[in-house]
Design a binder for this molecule. Structure first.
Ligand code: PLP
Length: 367
């Protein structure tokens, strides 16, 4: 008999590294003693314009929240099919694309199997691989953060089960050219192309899914559609893989509020894509202003955020100073991203506030 539950936990979980999630604005607001609406949240690449008025109205009026959602996602997949342009048999929705990453790894990995990840990148690939007892094989990106395709191919072993590509990549904003994706598809291994930021760059390989059974594309409603809090992502898979995922997913993984919001968002996509346009315009304006600050070096981006190298001063101190003013950003102090910050594109007034704050912080660093 083991008398302590902690001793029964898998040994590898003892050294498991948690995902470093964005801070909640309500928690920061309480700490600072200011109203939540005064927080400027530029740390998780959300759409600051929020969902559309039509989505909010539909959510308020929907009468059937007392009923479980359809585990087969029939209507939801029909709506997604209209948005994506492929049949419902290619589509599965997840509780955020995070859940689809986890489900894929659950069905593909046996203990010790390898997953190739191009670092620096989104940490959930590492997180879910480790939870599923797989081994993460990190392949370094080139100096300009593009994927080193030759290095990825060299890292393949008989244990490789999946290659993760992210286009545009988080946190660098770098695209993966289609020819690189095609070269990796030719290895025959499953290749995930995570297009979480697709709407901000307009470049996609979804059209290739019917041709390549090993291509998986992941997308989300968190970034462009302003419903990150409702948690909906979706994947485009070869139909028999989609079928397996529908079977193994938790039956009611998409709650009805999320389903209603997605269906209405797709109907109102013209409005929502208008806010995406505003965000990409703001990204350009923010980039120009960051370039003028002599202590930061912004990295060219195709997503709704900008990674900056901190040339003078310390990334964590900059994040701390901004947080004291109610402005939230991300910082990185890892061997691969040593002294960097990431700022999401927001509304024009938010750009003005953060730039004014950074000018003061930069002035202090100089002085
Ligand atoms: C590259 C990438 N993939 C997936 C996700 C997760 O999105 P979701 O909110 O759909 O789980 C994110 C969120 O930051 C991301 O940056």
């Amino acid at each position: 008999m083991v008398d302590d539950i902690i001793k029964m936990i898998r040994i590898d979980m003892g050294r498991f590294g948690a995902y470093s999630a964005a801070k909640s604005p309500e928690v920061v607001a309480r700490k600072l003693g200011i109203p939540e609406e005064d927080i400027i949240k530029l740390d998780a690449n959300e759409n600051p314009y929020g969902c559309s008025a039509k989505v909010r109205k539909k959510l308020a009026e929907y009468p059937y929240y007392y009923i479980y959602p359809d585990s087969n996602q029939t209507e939801l997949r029909e709506s997604l099919s209209q948005y994506v342009g492929l049949g419902t048999e290619y589509l599965v929705a997840g509780n955020g694309s995070d859940e689809l990453i986890d489900l894929l790894l659950r069905i593909l990995l046996c203990p010790g199997d390898e997953v190739i990840v191009n670092v620096p990148t989104f940490d959930m690939y590492r997180f879910s691989t480790e939870v599923c007892r797989g081994k993460v094989v990190n392949v370094l990106r080139r100096k300009d953060f593009t994927v080193d395709v030759a290095a990825v191919k060299a890292a393949i072993t008989e244990k490789t089960r999946l290659i993760f590509l992210t286009s545009p990549n988080n946190p660098t904003g770098t695209l993966v050219p289609e020819k690189d994706i095609l070269e990796l598809l030719r290895t025959g291994l499953p290749v995930v192309v995570d297009e979480a930021y697709y709407e901000f760059c307009g470049q996609s390989v979804v059209k290739l899914v019917p041709q390549y059974r090993n291509l998986i594309v992941l997308r989300t409603f968190s970034k462009w559609a302003g419903i990150a809090g409702l948690r909906v992502g979706y994947g485009i898979f070869t139909p028999d893989l989609a079928h397996v995922l529908i079977k193994v997913k938790p039956p009611y993984n998409i709650n009805l509020a999320a389903q209603v919001a997605v269906q209405e968002s797709i109907k109102d996509s013209e409005y929502l894509l208008g806010t995406v346009k505003k965000m990409t315009e703001e990204r350009s304006r923010l980039f120009g202003k960051l370039q003028k600050l002599d202590f930061l070096k912004p990295v060219p981006t195709q997503a709704n955020f900008i990674l900056c190298e901190v040339l003078r001063g310390d990334a964590k101190s900059i994040q701390d100073e901004l947080e004291k003013l109610g402005i939230l950003i991300r910082y990185y102090n890892t061997p691969l991203l040593n002294n960097y910050i990431r700022i999401s594109a927001g509304k024009p007034a938010q750009t003005d506030r953060i730039i004014a704050a950074l000018e003061k912080i930069g002035g202090k660093a100089n002085g």
